[in-house]
Design a protein around this ligand. Structure first.
Ligand SMILES: C[S@@+](CC[C@H](N)C(=O)[O-])C[C@H]1O[C@@H](n2cnc3c(N)ncnc32)[C@H](O)[C@@H]1O
Length: 235
């Protein structure tokens, strides 16, 4: 069994602190451990794409605390992050999952069935940008998680932001690119794309953002704006 500390993977935190924090956080349950095991067995090194246990607990709690009922995920893989979001949504919630891989998401479908949350999840196979652009104009989200091809992030950010309700949250994964975003011009096109998006988001008057060094860096973006109830508006 992989230890909690090994799965936590906060790359930028001292290993001792990281281990202590992991040991004092809610561990994955049997279903989540099973999904991690199956993912490693069936996808090999690609299993490293799953979010860490700490991030999964955090996302589940956030979604629940917000009272979110409608969510979207771009980049589902074998369904570990979606499982966390769907749990946070609770019964009656709806999570739209976008991915291009039938093979990887077939593992996800099975895990969601076993966890009893499959009816909360709609999976669409195809390029995420196409899926987002095909949604009805009125479709809005409370919560969004972006974790797919890095060069597509800037377009996902714009598409999702227009559909996020004021006060809604969008989380973007891998925003520190192993630390390479801080380098000069080093790094490939993924690093360049994420560095540029970090600049865009930090200067975007439509949102508040905090980039937290959990995992490979997660940006928490909250949409500002007016709501029908003035007390709920976000400035
Ligand atoms: C980092 S993994 C997602 C990991 C997942 N969030 C988890 O925690 O288990 C990225 C996923 O994005 C998917 N992907 C890549 N390009 C895509 C695209 N253009 N549209 C939709 N999904 C895409 C890949 O098939 C892969 O499953």
């Amino acid at each position: 069994m992989v230890s909690a500390a090994a799965r936590r993977r906060s790359q930028f935190i001292d290993a001792v602190i990281d281990g202590y924090a992991a040991a004092h956080s809610t561990p994955p349950d049997a279903g989540q451990l099973d999904l991690q095991r199956i993912t490693r067995a069936k996808t090999g090194r690609a299993a490293g794409m799953q979010i860490g246990d700490d991030q999964a607990v955090l996302m589940e709690m956030l979604v629940r605390a917000m009272g979110a009922t409608r969510a979207v995920e771009i980049g589902t893989f074998t369904g570990y992050s979606a499982l966390a979001v769907a749990r946070g949504l609770g019964p009656g919630g709806h999570l739209l999952c976008c991915d291009v891989s039938k093979e990887w998401t077939s593992i996800a479908r099975k895990a969601w069935q076993e966890a009893g949350i499959a009816e909360r999840i709609e999976l669409r196979i195809g390029p995420a940008l196409q899926t987002l652009r095909s949604l009805p104009p009125g479709e809005q989200f409370d919560f969004a998680f972006i974790d797919a091809d890095k060069t597509g992030y800037a377009r996902y950010y714009e598409e999702v932001l227009t559909r996020l309700r004021p006060g809604g949250l969008m989380l973007l994964d891998n925003m520190l690119q192993g630390g390479h975003v801080t380098g000069d011009l080093a790094g490939g096109k993924d690093v360049a794309a994420i560095r540029s998006l970090n600049e865009t988001i930090a200067a975007d008057p439509r949102v508040k953002v905090v980039l937290i060094p959990i995992g490979d860096g997660v940006s928490f973006v909250q949409k500002l704006g007016r709501t029908a109830d003035p007390a709920a508006s976000v400035k």
